[in-house]
Design a protein around this ligand. Sequence first.
Ligand code: FES
Length: 172
Amino acid sequence: MAVDMQELVEDSVLLQCRVNETPCEEFIHPTTSLLDFLRENLLLTGTHMGCMTGHCGACTVMVDGSIVKSCITLAASVQRKKISTIEGLGEKESLHPVQAAFCEESGFQCAYCAPGMLLSTVELLNETPDPSDAEIRSALSGNLCRCTGYQSIVRAVRTAAKLYTADKETQE
Ligand code: FES
Protein backbone atom coordinates (compact mmCIF):
# COMPACT_ATOMS: atom_id res chain seq x y z
CA MET A 1 0.00 0.00 0.00
CA ALA A 2 1.38 3.40 -1.01
CA VAL A 3 2.08 5.77 1.87
CA ASP A 4 0.44 9.19 1.54
CA MET A 5 3.31 11.45 2.62
CA GLN A 6 1.02 14.47 3.02
CA GLU A 7 -1.24 12.51 5.39
CA LEU A 8 1.79 11.18 7.23
CA VAL A 9 3.14 14.67 7.86
CA GLU A 10 -0.28 16.05 8.88
CA ASP A 11 -0.68 13.27 11.48
CA SER A 12 2.83 13.76 12.77
CA VAL A 13 4.79 15.97 15.08
CA LEU A 14 8.39 16.84 14.36
CA LEU A 15 10.24 16.00 17.55
CA GLN A 16 13.60 17.65 18.07
CA CYS A 17 15.55 16.75 21.18
CA ARG A 18 18.91 15.45 22.36
CA VAL A 19 19.21 11.84 23.44
CA ASN A 20 22.38 10.95 25.33
CA GLU A 21 23.98 14.12 23.93
CA THR A 22 23.12 13.21 20.32
CA PRO A 23 20.79 15.58 18.44
CA CYS A 24 17.68 13.81 17.28
CA GLU A 25 14.97 14.85 14.80
CA GLU A 26 12.10 12.50 13.95
CA PHE A 27 8.48 12.67 12.83
CA ILE A 28 6.32 10.89 15.38
CA HIS A 29 2.60 10.33 15.93
CA PRO A 30 1.33 12.77 18.61
CA THR A 31 0.28 9.89 20.88
CA THR A 32 3.64 8.08 20.80
CA SER A 33 4.97 7.47 24.29
CA LEU A 34 8.53 8.41 25.13
CA LEU A 35 9.16 4.72 25.86
CA ASP A 36 8.05 3.65 22.38
CA PHE A 37 10.00 6.48 20.80
CA LEU A 38 13.21 5.39 22.54
CA ARG A 39 12.76 1.67 21.99
CA GLU A 40 11.17 1.59 18.55
CA ASN A 41 12.37 4.72 16.75
CA LEU A 42 15.85 4.96 18.27
CA LEU A 43 16.31 1.24 19.12
CA LEU A 44 17.47 2.15 22.64
CA THR A 45 16.10 -1.00 24.25
CA GLY A 46 17.95 -0.55 27.54
CA THR A 47 14.88 1.34 28.74
CA HIS A 48 12.61 -1.51 29.79
CA MET A 49 8.90 -2.00 29.34
CA GLY A 50 7.11 -3.23 32.46
CA CYS A 51 3.67 -2.35 33.75
CA MET A 52 2.92 0.41 31.22
CA THR A 53 0.93 2.23 33.90
CA GLY A 54 3.63 4.27 35.63
CA HIS A 55 3.98 2.00 38.65
CA CYS A 56 7.05 -0.24 38.24
CA GLY A 57 9.78 2.20 37.14
CA ALA A 58 11.35 -0.17 34.59
CA CYS A 59 10.96 2.54 31.94
CA THR A 60 12.61 5.34 33.98
CA VAL A 61 14.70 7.85 32.00
CA MET A 62 15.89 11.39 32.71
CA VAL A 63 14.49 14.49 31.04
CA ASP A 64 16.57 17.60 31.67
CA GLY A 65 18.10 15.88 34.70
CA SER A 66 14.85 14.72 36.35
CA ILE A 67 13.53 11.19 36.23
CA VAL A 68 10.26 10.41 34.45
CA LYS A 69 8.35 7.23 33.70
CA SER A 70 8.66 7.10 29.93
CA CYS A 71 5.64 4.80 29.50
CA ILE A 72 3.30 7.57 30.66
CA THR A 73 5.21 10.47 29.09
CA LEU A 74 4.33 11.62 25.60
CA ALA A 75 7.35 11.83 23.35
CA ALA A 76 5.97 15.12 22.02
CA SER A 77 6.33 16.61 25.50
CA VAL A 78 10.14 16.34 25.43
CA GLN A 79 10.46 18.81 22.56
CA ARG A 80 13.90 20.49 22.67
CA LYS A 81 14.80 18.72 25.93
CA LYS A 82 17.73 16.52 26.93
CA ILE A 83 16.96 12.85 27.42
CA SER A 84 19.34 10.53 29.24
CA THR A 85 18.90 6.76 29.05
CA ILE A 86 20.92 3.94 30.49
CA GLU A 87 22.87 3.72 27.22
CA GLY A 88 24.34 7.16 27.93
CA LEU A 89 25.37 6.51 31.53
CA GLY A 90 28.72 4.78 31.11
CA GLU A 91 30.81 2.55 28.90
CA LYS A 92 31.55 -1.12 29.39
CA GLU A 93 35.22 -0.25 29.84
CA SER A 94 34.57 2.78 32.08
CA LEU A 95 31.45 2.32 34.15
CA HIS A 96 29.67 5.27 35.72
CA PRO A 97 30.36 5.24 39.51
CA VAL A 98 26.73 4.28 40.17
CA GLN A 99 27.00 1.30 37.80
CA ALA A 100 30.31 0.30 39.42
CA ALA A 101 28.75 0.43 42.89
CA PHE A 102 25.78 -1.73 41.87
CA CYS A 103 28.19 -4.31 40.40
CA GLU A 104 30.37 -4.23 43.52
CA GLU A 105 27.44 -4.71 45.90
CA SER A 106 25.46 -7.17 43.74
CA GLY A 107 22.67 -4.65 43.38
CA PHE A 108 21.25 -6.67 40.48
CA GLN A 109 19.66 -10.09 40.32
CA CYS A 110 17.67 -10.48 37.10
CA ALA A 111 18.56 -6.80 36.38
CA TYR A 112 15.26 -5.99 34.67
CA CYS A 113 14.80 -3.06 37.06
CA ALA A 114 18.45 -2.01 36.80
CA PRO A 115 18.26 0.78 34.18
CA GLY A 116 15.53 2.55 36.14
CA MET A 117 17.21 1.95 39.52
CA LEU A 118 20.48 3.38 38.22
CA LEU A 119 18.96 6.53 36.76
CA SER A 120 16.86 7.14 39.89
CA THR A 121 20.06 6.77 41.93
CA VAL A 122 21.87 9.30 39.74
CA GLU A 123 19.06 11.81 40.28
CA LEU A 124 19.11 11.16 44.05
CA LEU A 125 22.88 11.62 44.33
CA ASN A 126 22.82 14.78 42.21
CA GLU A 127 20.35 16.28 44.69
CA THR A 128 21.48 14.55 47.90
CA PRO A 129 25.14 13.46 47.74
CA ASP A 130 25.09 11.69 51.13
CA PRO A 131 21.58 10.27 51.53
CA SER A 132 20.32 8.41 54.60
CA ASP A 133 18.83 4.93 54.20
CA ALA A 134 15.37 6.46 54.54
CA GLU A 135 16.14 8.95 51.75
CA ILE A 136 17.46 6.13 49.54
CA ARG A 137 14.33 4.04 50.09
CA SER A 138 12.10 7.03 49.43
CA ALA A 139 13.97 8.00 46.23
CA LEU A 140 13.73 4.45 44.89
CA SER A 141 10.13 3.88 45.96
CA GLY A 142 8.97 4.31 42.35
CA ASN A 143 11.26 1.52 41.13
CA LEU A 144 10.15 -2.02 41.87
CA CYS A 145 12.58 -4.95 42.00
CA ARG A 146 10.69 -8.14 41.22
CA CYS A 147 13.53 -10.20 42.74
CA THR A 148 13.04 -8.15 45.96
CA GLY A 149 16.77 -7.46 46.25
CA TYR A 150 16.21 -4.25 48.15
CA GLN A 151 18.84 -4.79 50.89
CA SER A 152 21.67 -5.04 48.37
CA ILE A 153 20.22 -2.17 46.32
CA VAL A 154 20.27 0.16 49.33
CA ARG A 155 23.83 -0.99 50.09
CA ALA A 156 24.77 -0.31 46.46
CA VAL A 157 23.39 3.23 46.65
CA ARG A 158 25.40 3.88 49.81
CA THR A 159 28.56 2.72 48.01
CA ALA A 160 27.55 4.71 44.93
CA ALA A 161 27.34 7.86 47.05
CA LYS A 162 30.98 7.42 48.13
CA LEU A 163 32.22 6.60 44.60
CA TYR A 164 30.18 9.38 42.98
CA THR A 165 31.46 12.01 45.41
CA ALA A 166 35.06 10.84 44.95
CA ASP A 167 34.62 10.86 41.17
CA LYS A 168 33.25 14.43 41.21
CA GLU A 169 36.13 15.61 43.42
CA THR A 170 38.63 14.10 40.96
CA GLN A 171 36.99 15.96 38.09
CA GLU A 172 37.06 19.33 39.90
FE1 FES B 1 6.63 2.49 32.96
FE2 FES B 1 6.22 0.37 34.56
S1 FES B 1 6.68 0.40 32.42
S2 FES B 1 6.37 2.46 35.12
